[in-house]
Design a protein around this ligand. Structure first.
Ligand code: DAH
Length: 341
């Protein structure tokens, strides 16, 4: 028996394990219920009583020895595994780049427009997208039978009381003039809605920026200078502007403004249909009827207003040909504006 104990001890002394799993296998082999050390304990019953003390002690020592040895092997294997994992982890590596989101091109351009007007003292005013006839049409001098009120253009939501989606941001003019007396100098960005079939060139919603300046002695010359400043800030110092007579119910006189084509510099290209000019906004002197309708004395005050489509300006700056791109949320398109500010 003593011999068996000694040879098993020698065997255990020479054990090795290269992983924690291997150490566990050894524990099962030697120390589990049917393991080799435990089997010797079973044989202890047959040991003559005069030898029991010596052999019992030797057996206990063997068990402790085996337990310690196998625990040691497990710990060494675990430490080895951990340091191998640590070696594989390179703490000096630069971290993987974090994908940054991009600002939407329409918001970028809207911000640029607002900034330019802010430098001239205009402050931002906003109004609701869900509007009524008075703010969108009647107060702005639209005749009762004006075609813009037609069902084809306007999303009417309710008749009594009348609720509709605003078709232009000019409604914000009324809202501000009703509550404030001149001087008024506001810039109104916002989303507008029209009942149009969606195509590359038209959408049922789009974005506008409206500007309004009302004070004593505001003249058409002020309007022209403001427009020239805006065009040069937005499209570069070489930009030229031209005004063509036009008609809007809320301005008199009214005009549309073209800028020299920013792609060909005015020489003529397919973008400007070889005219050298591209249209960018509508404008004019606020019609006295509008001032009166909003509670502003049209004998004392005059004003100018202008309105432009943000999609149009964005198209000119970044050549986005298809309007639908703006609302499809295709990341490949949106990520192109990574570096634009
Ligand atoms: N509200 C016009 C539109 O939606 C744009 C516009 C034209 C606004 C002339 C103005 C203006 O303030 O003076 O087409």
């Amino acid at each position: 028996m003593l011999q068996k104990i000694n040879s098993l001890k020698a065997e255990i002394e020479g054990l090795t394990a290269s992983s924690a799993a291997e150490a566990e296998e050894l524990r099962i082999k030697y120390l589990s219920k049917k393991g080799e050390v435990s089997v010797l304990f079973n044989d202890f019953r047959n040991v003559p009583s005069e030898e029991k003390r010596v052999i019992g002690q030797a057996l206990n020592e063997l068990k402790n020895f085996a337990t310690d040895k196998i625990n040691e092997l497990r710990q060494a294997a675990e430490a080895c595994q951990a340091s191998a994992e640590a070696a594989a982890l390179d703490l000096t590596r630069t971290p993987a780049p974090m994908p940054l989101g991009t600002r939407h091109p329409l918001k970028l351009v809207e911000g640029q427009i607002v900034d330019i007007f802010a430098r001239l003292g205009f402050s931002v005013a906003e109004g609701p997208e869900i509007e009524d006839d008075w703010h969108v049409f009647s107060s702005l001098n639209f005749a009762a039978d004006h075609p813009a009120r037609d069902m084809q253009d306007t999303f009417f939501i309710n008749r009594e009381p009348d609720v509709l989606l605003r078709t232009h941001t000019s409604s914000v003019q009324t809202r501000v003039m009703e509550k404030n007396q001149p001087p008024i100098r506001i810039i109104c960005p916002g989303r507008v809605y029209r009942n149009e079939a969606i195509s590359a060139r038209a959408h049922c919603f789009f974005h506008q920026v409206e500007a309004l300046y009302v004070d004593e002695n505001v003249s058409f010359a002020d309007l022209k200078q403001t427009l020239l400043y805006f065009a040069r800030q937005m499209f570069g110092p070489e930009t030229k502007i031209r005004l063509r007579p036009s008609y809007f119910p809320f301005t008199e006189p009214s005009a549309e403004m073209d800028i020299s084509c920013n792609l060909c510099g005015g020489k003529g290209c397919s973008f400007c249909k070889h005219t050298g000019w591209v249209e960018i906004l509508g404008c004019g002197m606020v019609d006295p009827n509008v001032l009166d309708a909003c509670g502003i004395d049209s004998k004392r005050y005059t004003g100018f207003a202008l309105g432009m489509g943000v999609e149009r300006i964005t198209n000119l700056k970044y050549q986005v040909k298809d309007l639908r791109m703006f609302s499809e949320n295709d990341r490949r398109f949106l990520e192109e504006f990574q570096s634009a500010r």
